[in-house]
Design a protein around this ligand. Structure first.
Ligand code: ZN
Length: 347
């Protein structure tokens, strides 16, 4: 996947292309940013540019994407390029182990067979064990000229500071939703209306967008809309039951995420009626009605409460009580909204 086939990320791409053409490529880079936004594709495109048999060498240098070297890199079998990632078979918290890092010693010792660089791509580099990270650090401290390390991470804060400081960091931002929508329309069989939904839900992560099932999303949207603004809010018993059921079915994290999206839509529509990128688009009339009734300050307050709840989950707080409180506060705000509406009608 050469640079010209990648959507977005123009700044880091230009940066790397310039480094290659001016012969200023560093020995180690850290590509960081949210998961599934295209960091690995860009690392592969850079490897292709360095090894391509028919590269385009103008102001925007790029690989051809078609020659043997480009294909080998795409398939992960090029003799001068090695990819390391957390080992399979460890479903929970997979790690990159010291043996994997030791396995790249030949990269350092021998010069490349054909191209200018031996490249080692370390995906999910933050998953290195401490021993593996220390072994890599030794290499990064004194890398031979022909070595290039490309570390990829969506949690760079979990890397050893000594490793971070030896890498040139390039940050990758999520893509605009409109770019993802356009890409899906042009490069997939997804229907036009579904492309918008998927692009909105993916929040700028193309890798995520390509794996989403629109029909599954629609089911979730209906389910969580009903949980967020359904009739049950008027009954304390039903609020207790629903909160308990979400906890017992281990759906709390998912529910919080979808509720946050619902409140985000509500806030969008409160401040920007025409161009809001709504996830709950099917509920637009209801959202508009709610937005007219509920002040933005109340929506922000509820959203913050969900954020606290999300953080509380990591600290093992009692989620059932947290969810119950959230639903009661939501109900209070909706009642306030209803009261305001009635006052306006002169009741
Ligand atoms: Zn090529």
């Amino acid at each position: 996947m050469p640079f010209h086939t990648i959507i977005g990320h123009q700044r880091p791409i230009k940066w790397l292309q310039t480094a290659v053409t001016t012969n200023h490529l560093g020995h180690a880079y850290l590509f960081h940013g949210e998961p599934a936004i295209g960091k690995r594709q860009i690392a592969i495109a850079l490897m292709q540019l360095l090894h391509c048999e028919r590269p385009q060498l103008n102001s925007t240098p790029d690989a051809c994407g078609l020659c043997r070297a480009c294909h080998q890199i795409e398939q992960g079998i090029h003799p001068d390029c090695v990819t390391i990632q957390p080992e399979d078979g460890q479903k929970q918290n997979p790690k990159i182990k010291i043996d994997q890092i030791r396995g790249i010693e030949h990269l350092v010792i021998y010069r490349p067979l054909i191209g200018s660089h031996k490249v080692c791509l370390i995906d999910d580099a933050d998953a290195m064990t401490t021993e593996a990270a220390n072994a890599l650090l030794k290499t990064l401290e004194d890398p031979p000229d022909h070595c290039l390390f490309l570390l990829i991470s969506s949690r760079p804060e979990q890397l050893l500071p000594t490793i971070r400081s030896r890498c040139i960091a390039l940050r990758f931002a999520p893509l605009p939703v409109s770019d993802i929508e356009e890409f899906l329309r042009q490069h997939s069989s997804i229907e036009s209306s579904n492309a918008k939904l998927i692009a909105t839900f993916s929040e700028g992560r193309l890798g995520e967008a390509l794996h989403l099932d629109p029909e599954e999303l629609k089911v979730k949207l209906r389910q969580y809309w009903a949980l967020l603004f359904g009739e049950h809010l008027t009954s304390a018993t039903q609020v207790f039951d629903m909160s308990e059921s979400l906890v017992k079915s281990a759906q709390v994290a998912e529910a919080i995420h979808w509720f946050q999206q619902g409140l985000r839509d509500l806030l969008w529509i409160s401040v920007d009626e025409t161009n809001a990128p709504l996830l709950y688009r099917d509920q637009e009339p209801a959202l508009r009605q709610l937005a007219q009734q509920m002040p933005p300050s109340a929506i922000v307050e509820l959203s913050q409460e969900l954020h606290q709840l999300e953080r509380g989950q990591q600290r093992n707080l009692n989620m059932q009580i947290g969810l119950e409180q959230f639903f009661f506060h939501l109900h209070d705000h909706l009642e306030d909204a209803q009261a305001r509406k009635e006052v306006r009608r002169g009741k």
